[in-house]
Design a protein around this ligand. Structure first.
Ligand code: S3P
Length: 441
């Protein structure tokens, strides 16, 4: 397989129905939670990508059996104290920030030092955000900046009170996972972020209390003795669906139905934002499964996008989708403004910087600071340049966003790091091919 993708033609008109792979956040959470449950959990439709392979490999290091049986993954949890620790264990989280941060919460009671490593991108990400609260629980660690780091748990973790200020679901979940093993009641005063972990706690009858006060979530978690294994059927990932949502909006006279997607309101910021900008994206056949909202998403090409000055309260619910939203802003009528986005530069690569870079390559005027971006949109925008995208940190979302830009804006694109899609969305290009073909499901 060549390492780059060449695109010099816009996508053909289409009217298709697709599904996208399972939600990454939920897939990682299901495996980790099942590894701490008592008994055999059965997970259907797990995302099969590199981040999930890394999760499975990490859990196996602690003596947890996982096997694929027909369409299911079976995970044989041994309870909250069930991890087998040996001296000198090294776990490799690959490219996954979610796995790396969440698993550290599971290791709050490890009797030995565990070494955590990752790829080049993960190694330079911020771990102080989870080490700081974990230290309050009683863990000790050795870390310079990023990875590798070493962490040793404590025999008797003590509950904590923590102000979570980054709107980070990874930090919140790391603390919640440590809290179930900590004596007493842990309180997290958290800025809003995706709430899959809170929903899972409730579904699994792990005692949790969530209240909303002054735009914050006050989450209380008590020490738990055990919880039971479970069956789970995973819905599609809205972050993966978003590439095709924007592909359809920016294409000519096209229509798309994306079936069976998780539409948890803490994840649907992109839909709310694009609809405010003039799209008419609709949810059909809404239902609830294990506390998570699911629907089919219906999208039609849209001609006239309005500029937006986005209130910051939308940020956390669209955190992984901003690159795509910026693309729509480039086609909007007027200047759009997005602020409070410093977290974007702390992802798999500095994404706000990259957004600005790609817009510059395209010839779209933008003024970008460390946490904001002003985009000068033009509904008549047409591209006839050659663009090369080489993202040395191999950020999957940069690759996929560039592909969508190439297929909708025109120009000649050479996009490197094709293999990066293996992180979250291995069949991304197959779905593009299907949408661009005469075939139907
Ligand atoms: C995630 C939380 C978000 C998101 C990431 C997945 C999760 O990160 O960007 O892709 O599953 O908890 P932060 O917690 O750093 O905001």
């Amino acid at each position: 397989m060549s390492k780059f993708l060449l695109i010099d033609k816009k996508i053909n008109r289409f009217n298709k129905s697709i599904t996208v792979p399972a939600d990454k956040s939920l897939s990682i959470r299901c495996i980790l939670f099942a590894s701490l449950a008592n008994g055999k959990s059965k997970i259907l439709n797990i995302l099969e990508s590199d981040d999930i392979k890394s999760t499975i490999n990490c859990i196996r290091k602690f003596g947890i059996k996982i096997q694929k049986k027909n369409k299911y993954y079976e995970i044989f949890g041994k309870g909250l104290g069930g991890y087998e620790y040996k001296k000198g264990i090294t776990i490799n989280a690959g490219n996954s920030g979610t796995l790396a941060r969440l698993i550290l919460g599971c290791l709050v009671d490890s009797p030995y030092e565990v070494k955590l490593i990752g790829d080049q991108s993960l190694s330079q990400r911020d771990f102080s955000r989870v080490l700081e609260p974990l230290k309050k629980f009683g863990i000790s660690f050795k870390s310079k900046r990023g990875l590798p780091l070493k962490i040793r748990g404590t025999k008797s973790p003590k509950s904590i009170k923590y102000y979570e200020n980054k709107s980070s679901a990874q930090v919140k979940t790391c603390i919640m996972l440590a809290a179930i093993k900590a004596e007493g009641e842990t309180e997290i005063i958290a800025k809003k972020s995706r709430n899959h972990s809170e929903i899972l706690f409730k579904e699994l009858n792990i005692p949790i209390n969530v209240k909303n006060k002054n735009e914050r979530d006050i989450i209380k978690v008590k020490k738990t003795k055990k919880f039971s294994s479970f069956n789970y059927k995973l819905p599609g990932d809205i972050s993966s669906a978003s590439f095709f949502i924007v592909l359809t909006l920016l294409s000519d006279k096209s229509k798309l139905l994306i079936k069976n997607v998780n539409i948890n309101p803490t994840r649907t910021g992109i839909i709310k934002i694009l609809n405010l900008m003039g799209a008419k994206i609709k949810f059909r056949n809404k239902r609830t499964l294990k506390g998570e909202a699911i629907a089919n998403i219906e999208i039609k090409s849209t001609k006239n996008f309005k500029k937006i000055s986005l209130p910051m309260r939308f940020n956390s619910s669209a955190i992984d989708e901003f690159l795509l939203i910026f693309l729509v802003a480039a086609k909007a009528d007027g200047v759009s403004f997005f602020k409070g986005l410093s977290e974007l530069n702390k992802k798999e690569s500095p994404r706000l910087k990259w957004a600005s870079k790609i817009l510059n390559y395209m010839g779209v005027k933008n003024i970008t600071t460390y946490d904001s971006i002003k985009i000068y949109g033009n509904p008549e925008f047409k591209l006839n340049r050659s663009i090369i995208i080489k993202n040395f940190l191999k950020d999957h979302r940069i690759f996929m966003m560039s592909t969508i830009a190439a297929l909708t804006m025109g120009g000649k694109w050479k996009i490197y790091d094709k293999n990066s899609i293996r992180t979250s969305f291995p069949n991304f290009l197959k779905i593009i091919k299907f949408i661009n073909s005469e075939k139907h499901e």
